[in-house]
Design a protein around this ligand. Structure first.
Ligand code: CTP
Ligand code: MG
Length: 241
C-alpha cells in the first residue's frame, strides 16, 4: 500500500544552477567551484539524494553547460534519478524551464538554489511535510540583524520590528498545481520575483515558514566560500540538523 502510494506521489526537486555567479567574481559559474574536493552543485545534489522524501532531481544549467554537466553527474555516486535541462537569463526563467520537465506524477515540487550546498536533510523533510500539509512551505531563520527600509535618498524610512523578520532560504516547496499556476500567472503579469514564494503569495495561497538552519548559506560572495568550506570540513558541526 505504502509503495503504491509512493508511486503516485513523487516529490521532485528543481535546482536552478544557470546563473553567472557575478558577485563571486571568478569569471565562471560559482556552482562548479570545488569545495572540499567536489563542485558545489555536486554537494547540493548529494545532500538532496540523502532525503528519503525526494524522488527525482531536475538540474537547470546554462545551455552551453548541459552536456558538460550530464558528463560530470554520470560519475557521481548516490544520486536520485535526475534530468539536466537548459535555463534562462533570470533565475525565475531557469526554474520555469525546470518546471516544464517535472514528472507528471509529482504531487510536490521543491525549488532549491544549487548554490546552497549546506542544506540539512531535516530541513528538506520539513519543507516537504509543510508543502503537503498546507500547499506551500519555505525554510527560514529568524533575522539576527536589525533591518532598515531606506529610501533612494539614503535616508532611513522605517525600522521593521526584528521579531517579525525572517531570513528566507531555499528549499521552498509547493503542491505542483499551485506552483505551476503561480509561474503561469507571473509570466502573464510580467512579474519577476526574487523567490518562488513571492509568486505563490500573489495567488493568495498561504505559505508556511518552517525551521531552516543558519548553516544553509547561499554561496554568493568570495568570503562565503571560506565559511562554506569550514562548515563542510566540520561536517556541519553546530548546525541545527
Ligand atoms: N540562477 C539560475 N539562472 C539564472 C540566474 C541564477 O539558475 N539566470 C541560479 C544560480 O545558479 C544560483 C541560484 O539561481 O544557484 C541563486 O542565484 P544567485 O545566488 O543570484 O546566483 P547567480 O545569479 O549565479 O550569482 P550573481 O547574482 O552573483 O550573478
Ligand atoms: Mg543572481
Amino acid at each position: 500500500m505504502k509503495l503504491l502510494r509512493r508511486l503516485f506521489r513523487v516529490v521532485t526537486a528543481v535546482f536552478p544552477a544557470a546563473g553567472q555567479g557575478r558577485r563571486m567574481n571568478v569569471g565562471s559559474n560559482k556552482v562548479f567551484l570545488n569545495l572540499v574536493g567536489k563542485p558545489i552543485l555536486v554537494h547540493t545534489l548529494q545532500r538532496f539524494s540523502r532525503s528519503k522524501n525526494i524522488d527525482h532531481l531536475v538540474v537547470v544549467v546554462a545551455a552551453e553547460d548541459v552536456s558538460f554537466v550530464r558528463n560530470l553527474l554520470k560519475a557521481v555516486p548516490g544520486l536520485k534519478p535526475y534530468q539536466v535541462v537548459a535555463g534562462g537569463s533570470e533565475r525565475q526563467y531557469s526554474i520555469a524551464n525546470g518546471l516544464a520537465v517535472v514528472p507528471e506524477n509529482s504531487d510536490v515540487v521543491l525549488v532549491h538554489d544549487a548554490a546552497r550546498p549546506l542544506i540539512g536533510v531535516e530541513t528538506i523533510d520539513r519543507v516537504v511535510a509543510g508543502a503537503r500539509e498546507i500547499g506551500g512551505a519555505i525554510a527560514a531563520v529568524p533575522e539576527k540583524n536589525t533591518v532598515k527600509v531606506v529610501g533612494e535618498d539614503g535616508i532611513v524610512k522605517e525600522t521593521p520590528p526584528r521579531k517579525k523578520l525572517w531570513e528566507v532560504q531555499t528549499p521552498q516547496g509547493f503542491r505542483k498545481d499551485i506552483l505551476l499556476e503561480a509561474y503561469r500567472k507571473a509570466a502573464e503579469d510580467g512579474f519577476l520575483g526574487t523567490d518562488d514564494s513571492s509568486l505563490v503569495e500573489r495567488l493568495g495561497v498561504p505559505v508556511k515558514v518552517v525551521e531552516g538552519d543558519y548553516c544553509n548559506i547561499k554561496v554568493t560572495t568570495p568570503e562565503d566560500l571560506l565559511i562554506a568550506e569550514a562548515f563542510l570540513q566540520k561536517q556541519r558541526q553546530g548546525c541545527v540538523d
